[in-house]
Design a protein around this ligand. Structure first.
Ligand SMILES: Nc1ncnc2c1ncn2[C@@H]1O[C@H](COP(=O)(O)OP(=O)(O)OP(=O)(O)O)[C@@H](O)[C@H]1O
Ligand SMILES: [Mg+2]
Length: 277
């Protein structure tokens, strides 16, 4: 079942002399976990913001369950589509406590009101995400570590698990161990609640290890799309080369030989292959 259809989307910010996104055509199916790649400024966050209705496309249309997203009732739409922003401070009120953030988030879901307004519920709920957080519900967000903030932002975002989860570099500021913990937690939640997910990252290990599809942007346009089987055949070198040279990876299949050892490709070899294809 197609959950999201992006039809010929174009967006140019006021005052900019070039489009931030153009000719974006893509479909996402129920249960997909799409890894969105691309260099700085390639349009990843802008695309997520369009999908979350923070921006409107200048041209084109985005359909959620076969209906243009702008025609969905906003309140219901925002229950089904959740976003974790690149900057965690955009998702949390940093001068309020963990508990106060929870109360505010909970208030947005009062119509279903499944959650008690008690600290005990919150402490038990957070235990699954990060045991350290359970004892810190009265601390302000500013008093938490980066990893605790990310775990909290994810936990609050999943209080009512959405059907579509948009994650914008939600592990980028974390050390490798904490990043891995948050990624495993993310994967666990996605599987447990059968969510569809789009995740942006610059970490090629994450891109290869997680998700079933890759969408790669360059300068506001789609550079590459890899579905399940193709993604399974990708190496880190191919992905790296595609990003570095802004070229479709199917043009550089010889890079998979990894002549200088696993995970490393000599720049001269990269350049030679680039000239030959
Ligand atoms: N609110 C805005 N107003 C004007 N231009 C913007 C705005 N937001 C983004 N842009 C521009 O749109 C382009 C795409 O930005 P975007 O933030 O989507 O990139 P990104 O792929 O998420 O980059 P990064 O990896 O650095 O997060 C950039 O050229 C950026 O300067
Ligand atoms: Mg971004």
């Amino acid at each position: 079942m197609t959950i999201l259809r992006i039809n010929d989307v174009f967006l140019q910010f006021a005052g900019s002399n070039r489009p931030a996104l153009q000719k974006i055509n893509y479909q996402i199916h129920q249960g997909d976990f799409v890894i969105l790649l691309g260099s700085n400024g390639s349009g990843k966050s802008t695309l997520l913001k369009l999908l979350h209705r923070q921006y409107q496309p200048g041209q084109g249309e985005i359909y959620f369950h076969d209906k243009p997203i702008r025609q969905h009732h906003y309140h219901q739409f925002s229950r089904q589509v959740a976003v974790l922003n690149q900057n965690v401070a955009d998702s949390l009120f940093t001068s309020l406590t963990v508990y106060e953030n929870y109360l505010l988030m909970n208030q947005q879901h009062t119509l279903r009101s499944r959650h008690q307004e008690g600290k005990t519920f919150l402490q038990n709920y957070l235990q699954d995400f990060n045991p350290n957080l359970s004892g810190k519900v009265d601390l302000t967000i500013n008093q938490l570590s980066g990893g605790e903030k990310q775990a909290l932002a994810l936990a609050l975002c999943l209080l009512e698990p959405p059907s579509l989860l948009l994650l914008d570099e939600h592990t980028s500021a974390l050390d490798p161990k904490t990043s891995e913990q948050i990624m495993q937690l993310t994967q666990k939640m996605i599987t447990q609640h059968n969510m569809t997910c789009i995740l942006t990252t610059h970490d090629l290990d994450i891109a290869l290890r997680y998700g079933n599809r890759i969408l790669m942007l360059n300068d506001g346009s789609i550079l590459n799309m890899f579905d399940k089987d193709e993604k399974g055949r990708l190496s880190k070198d191919k992905l790296y080369a595609a990003i570095m040279h802004n070229r479709p990876a199917y043009h550089i299949s010889t890079l998979s030989r990894e002549p200088f050892g696993r995970g490393y490709l000599h720049p001269a070899c990269l350049y030679l292959t680039y000239l030959l294809v």
